[in-house]
Design a protein around this ligand. Structure first.
Ligand code: HEM
Length: 458
């Protein structure tokens, strides 16, 4: 005997679409997780999806012998743009293996260390901008962190400057990318109607994909015409061979992965930094401890690579923020064959299982009764190391886990240390109540803060 997976009432044609607030879907899904507990099911866009909400079930479906990555929902439509690029490749796809093996070395400790100076360069531009705008300026937090992370990945990985801090508008690539991410999410929720109903939307989607492809192919062309002797990601894509097959990445694959890195490499880290500042400003005691650590470790010096490993509390802040606000709030697997999960729920081979991190990361069985509370102390090395397997999965799972994790970590830690070292922050509107905006990733909606220089005379 198996148990039925609970689900709200479904309506003809629209299924459970009314359960999901299109602007704030994560809030709707979090509420459903609270209502149903460990697992629930929704029918959206004519397809059934199962949501996994506890650590125990997550732990089971992380077994790569029984389950594999599913490219479904919004990701399925993003695949129309970047095909078999690393993020959207189907399990077992040949070009994924080639790119994965050829590019892994570019994310090793040495190459990432080698990117420190360029990350520092871009973070300094952010510091300069906020100093110039002065303490009364309301900073649109997510926009400036998007400038930081986009310019960092473009410079460190591709040797190109987007110069986003010197323009009011974000780079056209970012606008196209946001439109593609929103478009992909929208398409995943569409009712099953003939495609001519959505012709105008689809045309815009395709134009934005074209724009992104053009940015990517231009960057490749520039580098081919002006080769540089650098161990960056673009050179790795152009010249590294897959150690298993001896193959290089094809031209198309380079363009798809270039877009993949530009997308995956900035939205997520920008969201992480935005939530970090939101939580620090809501939690004065955590802010005080973070400030104290930066002042003790860095003092009056400029932040160096050597300082980073000593910033233990800041490290815990990043982990705790990723727990409460995983920038990629869910990832999807599917069973390799029909399965019973949790000892009682039957799931077929076709069923996408959404590992809903915003619920899994708040499982009281792991994190206790204060699971909803921001408490970086629980993420210091010692308690963090004791967490049960698969209780904290912001970077995904197994072979398909995030390749850019070391890059993101160094970038976020460096930016946080530099900003705390240079400014005293306050919330623009102390009564601000967070709401979570989402495309493929999440960000705090309409969040503004102010930055007062701590050393105005320097
Ligand atoms: C994959 C999260 C930063 C590149 C993933 C996945 C997650 C994730 C959850 C797995 C997705 C899935 O299974 O469908 C994050 C978070 C980041 C971050 C939370 C920052 C805080 C980055 C950066 C880069 C990057 C900086 C590039 C420099 C990628 C790529 C994949 C990936 C290429 C696909 C890997 C594969 O399947 O082979 N990331 N990511 N990410 N991420 Fe990240």
């Amino acid at each position: 005997m198996t148990d039925t997976i609970p689900s709200p009432r479904s309506w003809p044609l629209i299924g459970n679409a009314l359960e999901i607030n299109a602007e704030f879907p994560m809030t709707s899904l979090s509420n459903l997780a609270k209502r149903y507990g460990e697992i629930f099911k929704l029918t959206v866009g004519g397809r059934e999806r199962v949501f996994i909400c506890t650590r125990d079930l997550c732990n089971e479906v992380m077994d790569e012998k029984r389950f594999e990555k599913a490219v479904t929902g919004a990701l399925h439509y993003i695949r129309e743009a970047v095909h078999d690029g690393l993020f959207t490749a189907l399990p077992g796809e040949h070009n994924w293996g080639v790119a994965h093996r050829a590019l892994m070395p570019a994310f090793g400790p040495l190459p990432i260390h080698g990117m420190f100076d360029e990350m520092y360069d871009i973070a300094s531009q952010l510091v300069l901008k906020w100093e110039r705008f002065g303490p009364q300026h309301d900073i649109k937090v997510t926009d400036d962190f998007t400038r930081l992370t986009l310019d960092s990945i473009a410079l460190c990985a591709m040797g190109t400057r987007f110069n986003s801090f010197y323009t009011e508008e974000l780079h056209p690539f970012v606008n196209a990318m946001v439109a593609v991410l929103i478009g992909a999410g929208g398409r995943a929720r569409r009712p099953p109607l003939p495609s001519y109903f959505f012709r105008a939307e689809d045309q815009k989607f395709n134009e934005n994909v074209e724009l992104m492809l053009k940015v990517a192919t231009d960057l490749v062309k520039q580098r081919r015409e002006n080769p540089v002797d650098k161990k960056d990601l673009l050179n790795a894509m152009l010249y590294n061979k897959d150690p298993k097959t001896g193959e290089n990445l094809t031209e198309e694959c380079i363009a798809y992965n270039m877009i993949t890195f530009l997308i995956a490499g900035h939205e997520t880290t920008s969201g992480l930094l935005s939530f970090v500042f939101y939580e620090l400003l809501k939690n004065p005691e955590a802010y005080r401890k973070a400030q104290e650590e930066v002042d003790r470790v860095v003092g009056d010096e400029t932040v160096t690579y050597q300082h980073l490993s000593k910033l233990e509390y800041l490290n815990a802040i990043l982990r705790e923020t990723l727990r409460l606000y995983p920038p990629a709030p869910a990832f999807t697997v599917r069973p390799k064959k029909d399965e019973i999960i949790g000892g009682k729920y039957h799931v077929t081979k076709e069923t996408p299982l959404f590992c809903f991190l915003m619920a899994i990361h708040k499982d009281p069985a792991v994190y206790g009764e204060d699971a909803e509370v921001f408490r970086p102390e629980r993420m210091m090395d010692e308690p963090f190391g004791q967490l049960p397997p698969n209780a904290w999965k912001p970077f995904g799972n197994g072979a398909r886990a995030c390749i850019g994790r070391p890059f993101a970590w160094q970038e976020a830690l460096l930016a946080l240390a530099m900003l705390l070292s240079n400014f005293e922050f306050t919330m623009s509107d102390p009564s601000y109540q967070i709401s979570i905006q989402s495309t493929l990733t999440i960000k705090p909606h309409d969040f503004y803060m102010r930055a007062k220089p701590r050393h105005p005379d320097i």
